[in-house]
Design a protein around this ligand. Structure first.
Ligand code: F6P
Length: 327
């Protein structure tokens, strides 16, 4: 039987990602279009636990589609992972009469939603909001496109100075334990090496290549390293290379949180708007405890139970292409 949802709460949780605001806007406006009462839950699950919940209208989300960050703020709420915290959260939702939830976040946020939806009778819909692109069952996550473009812009600039000095640069990008930002930004900037957690780092090959370049005095070389790569990031990779090739001049650049900020790209605004719209439509249609993704340009619904078990796999095709193009 379809459970009629009348009051919908939306929250952003975990690391923020560019496009979250565009998504909140789409959720609020689609809800209002469907005659629902809409609520913003502040600071992720923390707002649920601490009753930091506000009524939202169409104008509450005016002029935010182009803004990075999240107007609802975000957090990683440890209390929500305790039964007592979830009980408080449920009581607060009941107090407001909220009977449907939309959670914009990454896999940790989906895990919270999955546990909550098992214990309480409030349907939850997840939307993949993370720069890491590590969620299986969707071709896109909100924020990845912007983050990877930010990384590309920065790496292009680094190449200019690397060329000027004939230097080796090790550039660390984000991604937690996923290598997608490194892979895509590395390919797009023509990086000579890309190190990602999903593949064993062939460090001896890299050392041999660098030794040969050193011999020919052709040292411009960009190594893009995912933060979760087996050596433990850019500084560690640079240290290892320096120990083996002490005459090399190496610079390390850790791009860090600039990858999370800034105005969302057109692509992120579009997918955020589309996913936000479909999240509300799915609640209205009676779907529950799924996340909304896009696969081959079609909306895809994945049960939260499944979503938390799988990680997006790195494409073998890209790995093959990297090997050929980066030589
Ligand atoms: O999950 C998004 C992300 O930016 C990861 O790429 C990164 O490892 C992590 O969050 C950083 O988290 P924090 O902002 O808490 O340092």
């Amino acid at each position: 039987m379809i459970k009629n949802v009348n009051k919908i709460g939306v929250l952003t949780s975990g690391g923020d990602s560019p496009g979250m605001n565009a998504c909140i806007r789409a959720v609020i406006r689609t809800g209002i279009h469907n005659g629902k009462e809409m609520f913003g839950i502040m600071r992720g699950y923390t707002g649920m636990v601490e009753d930091d919940i506000i009524a939202m209208e169409s104008r509450s989300v005016a002029n935010i589609i182009q803004r990075g960050g999240t107007i609802l703020k975000t957090s990683r709420c440890m209390e929500f992972f305790e039964p007592e915290g979830r009980k408080k959260a449920y009581e607060n939702l009941k107090k407001h009469g909220i009977d449907g939830l939309i959670i914009i976040g990454g896999d940790g946020s989906f895990r919270g939603a999955q546990i909550f939806s098992k214990e309480y009778d409030i349907p939850c819909i997840g939307l993949p909001g993370t720069i890491d692109k590590d969620i299986a069952g969707t071709d896109f996550t909100i924020g990845f496109d912007t983050a990877v473009n930010t990384a590309v812009e920065a790496i292009d600039k680094i190449r200019d100075t690397a060329e000027a000095h004939d230097r080796l640069f090790v550039i660390e990008v984000m991604g937690r334990d996923a290598g997608y930002i490194a892979l895509h930004s590395g390919i797009a900037t023509g990086a000579e090496n890309i190190l990602i957690p999903e593949r064993k780092t062939e460090i001896e090959n890299i050392i041999a290549q660098l030794a040969e370049k050193e011999r020919r005095q052709k040292l411009v070389n960009l190594i893009v390293v995912a933060e979760g790569e087996e050596f433990g990031g850019g500084n560690e990779v640079a240290k290892f290379i320096k120990a083996r090739l002490p005459l090399l001049e190496i610079r390390v650049c850790i791009l860090g949180h600039i990858q999370r900020g800034g105005a969302p790209s057109c692509m992120d605004r579009l997918i955020a708007s589309r996913m936000g719209y479909h999240a509300v439509e799915s609640l209205v249609e009676g779907r529950h405890n799924v996340f909304v993704g896009i696969v081959n340009n079609k909306i895809n619904y994945i049960p939260l139970d499944e979503a938390i078990k799988k990680k997006q796999r790195i494409s073998e095709e890209w790995l093959k292409i990297v090997k050929i193009l980066a030589t």
